[in-house]
Each structure stands twice: as C-alpha cells, then as structure tokens.
Design a protein around this ligand. Structure first.
Ligand SMILES: *[C@@H]1O[C@H](CO)[C@@H](O)[C@H](O)[C@H]1NC(C)=O
Ligand SMILES: *[C@@H]1O[C@H](CO)[C@@H](O)[C@H](O)[C@H]1NC(C)=O
Ligand SMILES: *[C@@H]1O[C@H](CO)[C@@H](O)[C@H](O)[C@H]1NC(C)=O
Ligand SMILES: *[C@@H]1O[C@H](CO)[C@@H](O)[C@H](O)[C@H]1NC(C)=O
Ligand SMILES: *[C@@H]1O[C@H](CO)[C@@H](O)[C@H](O)[C@H]1NC(C)=O
Ligand SMILES: *[C@@H]1O[C@H](CO)[C@@H](O)[C@H](O)[C@H]1NC(C)=O
Ligand SMILES: *[C@@H]1O[C@H](CO)[C@@H](O)[C@H](O)[C@H]1NC(C)=O
Ligand SMILES: *[C@@H]1O[C@H](CO)[C@@H](O)[C@H](O)[C@H]1NC(C)=O
Ligand SMILES: *[C@@H]1O[C@H](CO)[C@@H](O)[C@H](O)[C@H]1NC(C)=O
Ligand SMILES: *[C@@H]1O[C@H](CO)[C@@H](O)[C@H](O)[C@H]1NC(C)=O
Ligand SMILES: *[C@@H]1O[C@H](CO)[C@@H](O)[C@H](O)[C@H]1NC(C)=O
Ligand SMILES: CC(=O)N[C@H]1CO[C@H](CO)[C@@H](O)[C@@H]1O
Length: 644
C-alpha cells in the first residue's frame, strides 16, 4: 500500500500545480551550487546541539543574523543603485549624485523589495522574465529603457509557490541568473517539457525505466524520513519531485538544505538580495485558509512569523528538533536535515487542499482523477493534506495567543491559499523598513488566467485591523477588483500608496506589475503540466517585456517612473523636492483613488506588440494528455503497485 500511495502522491502534487520534470545531470560540478550539507540525505538526523542551544526568538526585532547581513547588503545596494541610475535617468535630476550625497547615511536611501507571485509554472516563467529584466548581468538589460540593476539594488527577493520555485532555483544553483538556468542543457534544471510525474527525461534508457528509477528514488528518500519517525505527507513526494527540475545536482539535490543558502559565498558576501519563501498555517479544525491564517516565512536563517498568533522564529537549520516552550529540552538532541530545500519549496506550493476541493473542475484524465480522489480523501481524513511540520517548533510556545500551541504537528500549506498570492507579507513588516515593493503578479484570477488585483485586495483587507492579525503592519488603500478591471489597473503597471499620508501607517509604495500579453499569451493555466523550451523562453521574454513595458516601447518614460517610485520615500526622508519628471510619472501611474465598481466586461487583452512564433509541427508537450500519455501513466502506476 505504501508504494501505491507514494506513486499517486507524486501524481497529485504534479496535477496540483502543473509541472514538468528534468534529469539530474550526470557530470555535475559539485561546487557550483549552495551546499549539500544534510547529515543523511532526505532523512533528518539528530546531531550534537551547538554550544548555544537553538531557541524560539520573539519577533519584535529582526534576527541578529539578518541585521548583520543587512550591513553588508546595504553597502552593496548603494553601488547597485548608482549603477541603476547610471542608465535610468530622471530629467532635470541627477539621481547618481543624490545617491552619492546620501551615501554616508544608508537609512536615508531607498530600501527595495521584489515580490514574485504564485501561479505554478506560469508564475515561475513570468517572474523569471521580470527578474531577468532587473538583473544587470543580463545582456542588454542596462541599455536605455531597460531596468537592469534593480535586482542588484534590492534588499529582499520574496517568492511564493511557483514564484518560490524561481527564487529557490536562483539560490540553490549558486546564485545563477535566469539566463544561466535557461541555458542549462537537457538533463539538468528548468527543462519543463518532461512533466514531473514522468520524471527526468530518459537518456539512453527508455522513459519507462527512467521513470521507474525516478519513482523508486522518491519513494526511498521519503521512506527514509518516515522510517526515522517523522510524519510524511504528499508534500514530501511533491517537494522531492520538484527538486529534480529546480536543483541541478544528483538525485534532485537530495542533500541540499534551505539553511545552506546562508552558508554560500554569494549570500555571505551579500551579493544578492535575501530570498524569502512564504507559506500559510492552517488553523486547527479549518479546511479553508482564511484571511486570518498565520503567514510563515522561510528566510535563509529562520522559519517563523511576525503574526501575533506566534510572533516568533526558530533557526530553519534546526527544524525537526523537539522544541517545547521555545527551547529544546536538555535531554533532546538537535535535529538537522529537516529543512530539505525541495521540501521547503514544496511546502510553499502545496496546493493539495485546493485540489481536494476542486479537482472536478480540471481537465484531468478520469483514471487519475478517480485514483487521486480516493487517495486524497483518505489522507484528508488523517488531516494529512498539508505539509506537517512535526515536531511543531512552536509547541507550547505563545500559549495565550497561538492556535498551534497545543499541537505536536504544525500544518503548513501553500502561501497563496489565503488569497495573498503576492508575497508582500515579509516586506511590509515595519522592522524591515522597505520603501518600495516591485510586485510581479502572475495570478490566474479571471477566467482567462489574468490577474485582477485579488492578491492586493487580500493584503489590504488583512491590514485593516491593525491590532488584529495584521499586528501593526500597514498597507496602501487598494480598490475593489471590479475597479481594477474597469480602470485598467491590471492591464498596465500601477502604483499604490504614492501618498504616504494616506495609509494606516508606514507602508512601502507598491509598484504593481500585472502579467500581460506583450509578445505571447502568457496566461497559461496553473495546471498546465509541461512546457517545451520554445514556449518557456517566450513566456520568459514576455515577462521581460511586462516588467519593462516592452523596453519602453509602450511608454518611453517607464524606466524613469520606476526610478521615481524607488526614490519616492527617500525623497520624503531627505526633504528633497520631487522632480517634475517624477510628478509626471506619479500622475500617470499612481492610482488616484477613483472607483468604478460596476461589473466589468470579461478582461481578455490582445497581444500588445508583435507576437513571437512558438509553433512547431510536432508538439511534444501536448502529447501528454493523448491516449498514449494516459496509458503511459497507467503503466507507471501499475509498475508502482507491483513494488508493494
Ligand atoms: C559560485 O559562483 C560564483 C560566481 O560565479 C563563484 O565565484 C563561486 O566560486 C561559486 N561558488 C562555489 C562554491 O562554487
Ligand atoms: C548525500 O549525502 C550522503 C551523506 O550524507 C551521501 O552518502 C550521498 O551520496 C549524497 N547523495 C548525493 C546524491 O549526493
Ligand atoms: C540618517 O537618515 C535618517 C532618515 O533620513 C535620519 O532620521 C537620521 O537622523 C540620519 N542619521 C544621521 C546620522 O544623519
Ligand atoms: C545523457 O546524455 C548526455 C549527452 O549524451 C551525457 O553526457 C550524459 O552522461 C547522459 N546521462 C546519463 C544519466 O546517462
Ligand atoms: C478565522 O476567522 C474565521 C471567520 O471569521 C473564524 O471562524 C475563525 O475562528 C478564525 N480563526 C482563528 C484561529 O482566529
Ligand atoms: C526527555 O524528557 C521528557 C520529559 O521527561 C520525556 O517525555 C522525553 O521522552 C525525554 N526525551 C528523551 C529523548 O529521552
Ligand atoms: C477577480 O478574480 C477573482 C478570483 O481571484 C474572481 O473570483 C473574480 O470574479 C474576478 N473578478 C473580475 C472582475 O475579474
Ligand atoms: C481586530 O482584531 C481583534 C483581535 O483579533 C479583534 O478582537 C477585534 O474585534 C478586531 N476588530 C475589528 C474591527 O474587526
Ligand atoms: C526587450 O529586451 C529584451 C532583452 O534584450 C528582448 O528580449 C525583448 O525582445 C525586447 N523587447 C522588445 C519589445 O523589443
Ligand atoms: C485614502 O485614499 C482612498 C482613495 O482616495 C480613500 O478611499 C481613503 O479614504 C483614504 N484614506 C485615508 C486614511 O486617508
Ligand atoms: C511548444 O508548445 C506549444 C504549446 O503547446 C506549441 O503550440 C508549440 O508548437 C510547441 N513548439 C515547439 C517548438 O515544439
Ligand atoms: C505592533 C504590534 O501590535 N505588535 C504586537 C504583535 O504581536 C505580539 C504578540 O502578540 C505583541 O507582543 C506585539 O505588541
């Protein structure tokens, strides 16, 4: 039974978020990525505790680790901004000199966060296009009309679900650039033409036997964790499977931990922004994730939340240890290896609750549907359709306020399930002092999979009760989704919170960048499971154009306007008059408070520029749902049953 469950579990994960798979390269340069420092592969293992035993830390301040890292990062972003404003000009204003002038006091200079939404592969690719545009390492990105250098100027890079796969791959592959990940040859990362439930593309052996090896590896690694006494769930298989596509190392990077990012040279040198992934806590007894869900973050140092329920963090490296009342009792050892990088990325993207509720809405072969439903139902009954963080690191912690304090197992789910599909939460924390968030939204809100502002509305609503779950966070006023569509706020970039006096408290300015069809229809379904490289690259190129408004072809002032948004809060702190060119930008891009809440026509935009050619005669990707694909899947399922 165990194996049958496992095989279907992976298929479930696949169907839930639409994926494709890749081969682990045979000849990997072992040193090229973060660190494979797990003590025993996928199995967490007891280790001697460090001399200062890990504890839960109250969330009133940032961690000392983060504060130390920020000192280095602020220095690096200074140069990043000088480079950025070296090619992004503001008429009548010398931004480079402004940066120089205030260089001795970096808290007066802009503090930038980038947030990449969820939405499966679509979000990974559209987000990748934006990050590629912001990355000064990308060829051509620092020419006029482009936005290269924003990444080098940013302090934080947050990802959620599919956006988290992007952020994770960038860091787990040694600070790779998007271009490098695209350039990886077959047999390594970001090869989405072979779907995740078939596993890495076959090389010399047949696909069937390659897939059986792949399933065998997945099952073995998760069995190891279970046999060591840890609760496992579909998310374990899901995370393992995802890793084969996202981490370029043998066996899908089975030894890579999330905490190892903090040990990699690039991160230690503060060469890149701090990566943060988001997941939601599921309250005991609630199947739906509501707006009052606790929002957790995984940064390279810690796992935890600023929300008033728990308001605490543990070292992410020591997840799996038996914390109690915020400490690891003296008779317990410390545990490492629970924070497998794929498991963390899988947690942020574990859409299983939603699948359980919605699978009938999707065009999935009925054979799979039936099998899945029976598996998911039985797991649901065990309350196991989540990622169980057991032992709960917040056991008996914050007992007065935490709904999780009595639970031995903390249930964590996809970060978008509370509808906050853009990972803004870590970036609006007052202690982080972020001035501007570049928010890339690839959500599938409307019937054609375009965003309509739902994610911003969710974060805004959450911020309204400042003494409640929002716990002192503030957010700019955001209109209803009908207004978004009627006024076109989702058809081009829009700024929210330009007027810092109109907010519930200090909040960053939001540069909202919604997915739009510049050169290809990038509104593919969240449940599309495979993409050939032509389509992958087209959507990434489209994302580049989304972020740059077609390198300024849609508005030649766009790069200037992004520069103005970046500087806006800093201008206020330094009492600098807003340049006329920026005033013009704010007139164009700031939401002016007008509403138009009537029911809109369906939003179905046409291609804005010239469409890229993606067609080819033989269409490998869509072959999956042909009868051949289905019977192939059954063959795999049968093969797995036979292992029982
Ligand atoms: C990571 O990449 C950087 C830049 O490409 C390189 O200098 C460094 O040596 C790499 N780190 C490891 C551990 O390979
Ligand atoms: C993972 O690490 C273990 C030692 O903990 C080692 O035996 C194993 O070969 C490693 N696996 C891979 C794929 O590197
Ligand atoms: C640095 O700038 C901040 C904000 O502009 C200001 O509050 C602070 O006093 C300045 N610090 C110094 C040492 O000038
Ligand atoms: C797959 O093929 C490539 C190119 O022919 C080769 O370099 C690699 O070693 C092969 N990988 C495996 C797992 O056989
Ligand atoms: C969350 O909100 C719902 C609906 O308002 C409420 O029923 C539930 O008790 C709340 N959960 C917690 C843990 O506060
Ligand atoms: C540590 O002590 C507690 C309380 O006495 C006990 O429940 C637990 O099993 C002990 N753990 C180990 C590893 O012996
Ligand atoms: C906006 O998206 C939500 C889902 O996120 C959907 O329920 C709603 O109908 C959409 N409204 C419009 C006007 O697109
Ligand atoms: C705000 O949240 C607090 C704590 O959950 C609650 O007691 C209060 O009723 C909420 N206020 C409003 C206006 O919803
Ligand atoms: C914008 O620049 C990128 C990168 O050079 C390129 O791929 C894209 O085609 C350009 N867009 C337009 C509309 O020219
Ligand atoms: C902020 O502006 C919005 C839109 O104009 C308005 O609805 C809201 O009442 C204002 N809030 C505050 C606190 O000024
Ligand atoms: C890639 O996939 C798309 C969508 O399935 C298809 O239309 C196109 O023909 C494919 N292109 C190639 C080169 O295989
Ligand atoms: C600003 C604010 O309200 N912070 C609160 C967040 O939650 C913790 C724990 O409940 C409180 O101690 C803080 O005062």
């Amino acid at each position: 039974m165990k194996y049958q469950w496992s095989a279907l579990g992976v298929a479930a994960g696949f169907l839930s978020a639409s994926h494709a798979a890749t081969v682990p390269a045979a000849n990997v340069e072992v040193l090229r990525r973060a660190l494979p420092n797990a003590p025993d592969g996928y199995t967490p293992e007891g280790v001697r505790c460090p001399s200062t035993r890990p504890t839960v830390r109250g969330a009133a301040k940032l961690s000392d680790n983060e504060l130390d890292w920020l000192k280095g990062r602020r220095e690096k972003t200074l140069q990043g901004m000088k480079d950025f404003f070296g090619h992004v000009s503001i008429d009548g204003f010398d931004a480079s000199s402004y940066i120089d002038q205030h260089a001795s006091n970096d808290s007066s200079l802009p503090n930038i966060g980038i947030a990449v939404s969820g939405g499966g592969y679509r979000a990974l690719m559209n987000g990748a296009g934006a990050v590629k545009a912001f990355d000064s390492r990308t060829d051509g990105s620092t020419s006029s009309g482009h936005l290269g250098g924003l990444l080098q100027s940013a302090t934080y890079l947050a990802g959620l679900s599919g956006g988290g796969w992007l952020v994770g791959s960038l860091y787990l592959n040694n600070d790779s650039s998007v271009q490098e990940l695209q350039d990886e040859t077959e047999g390594s990362v970001w090869e989405f033409s072979s779907p995740i439930f078939l596993g890495p593309k076959a090389n010399d052996s047949s696909q069937v036997s390659a897939s059986i090896d792949y399933y065998g590896d997945l099952v073995r690694s998760v069995d190891g964790k279970r046999d060591a006494g840890y609760d496992v769930s579909i998310t374990d298989y899901w995370g393992r499977a995802l890793s084969y596509q996202l981490i370029n190392a043998p066996e899908g990077g089975v030894n890579y931990t999330w905490s190892s990012i903090a040990l990699s040279d690039g991160f230690k040198n503060a060469d890149m922004p701090m990566p943060i992934l988001i997941a939601d806590g599921r309250n005991p007894g609630e199947l739906l994730i509501l707006g009052n869900a606790t929002v957790f973050e995984f940064n390279p140092f810690e796992f935890g939340t600023f929300d008033p329920t728990i308001f605490g963090f543990v070292p992410v490296e020591y997840l799996g240890s038996k914390f109690e009342e915020g400490v690891i009792p003296n008779n317990e050892s410390c545990v490492r290896g629970f924070d497998n990088a794929g498991f963390i990325m899988g947690t942020s993207s574990s859409l299983f609750n939603q699948i359980l509720l919605q699978i009938d809405d999707y065009d999935v072969p009925s054979l799979i549907k039936t099998a899945l439903k029976s598996v998911l139902k039985s797991i649901g009954a065990d309350n196991n359709d989540i990622a169980p963080y057991e032992p709960n690191p917040f056991y008996k912690y914050a007992e007065d306020t935490s709904p999780f304090a009595d639970l031995k197992s903390l249930s964590v789910v996809d970060g978008g399930e509370d509808l906050q599909n853009i990972p803004l939460h870590p970036l609006i924390q007052p202690e982080r002092h972020v001035d501007v968030i570049i928010a890339v939204d690839s959500s599938a809100d409307n019937i054609y999979n375009w965003p309509n502002g739902t994610a911003l509305v969710a974060t805004y609503n959450r911020s309204l009760n400042s003494t409640g779950i929002a716990n002192g966070t503030a957010f700019p006023a955001i209109p209803d989704v009908n207004t978004f569509v009627n006024l076109g706020l989702n058809s081009r970039p829009t700024f929210f919170g330009c007027d810092s006096s109109n907010m519930t408290g200090p909040s960053p300015l939001i540069v909202y960048i919604p997915n739009s069809p510049y050169v290809t229809f990038s509104n593919t379904s969240t449940f599309d499971m495979a993409y050939n490289n032509t389509l992958r690259d087209a959507i990434i190129q489209n994302g580049y154009n989304v972020a740059t408004m077609g390198n300024g072809t849609r508005d030649e002032n766009w790069s200037t306007c992004v520069g103005c948004a970046v500087l806006s809060r800093s201008f206020e702190r330094t009492n600098t008059a807003v340049p006329e060119a920026c005033k013009k930008c704010f007139d164009t891009y700031c939401w002016d408070g007008k509403l138009d809440s009537k029911t809109p026509d369906t939003y179905a935009p046409s291609i804005l520029l010239d469409a890229l050619k993606i067609d080819a005669e033989d269409n490998a990707a869509s072959a999956l749902f042909t009868p051949v694909g289905v019977s192939f899947l059954s063959a795999i399922a049968v093969a797995m049953f036979s292992l029982v």
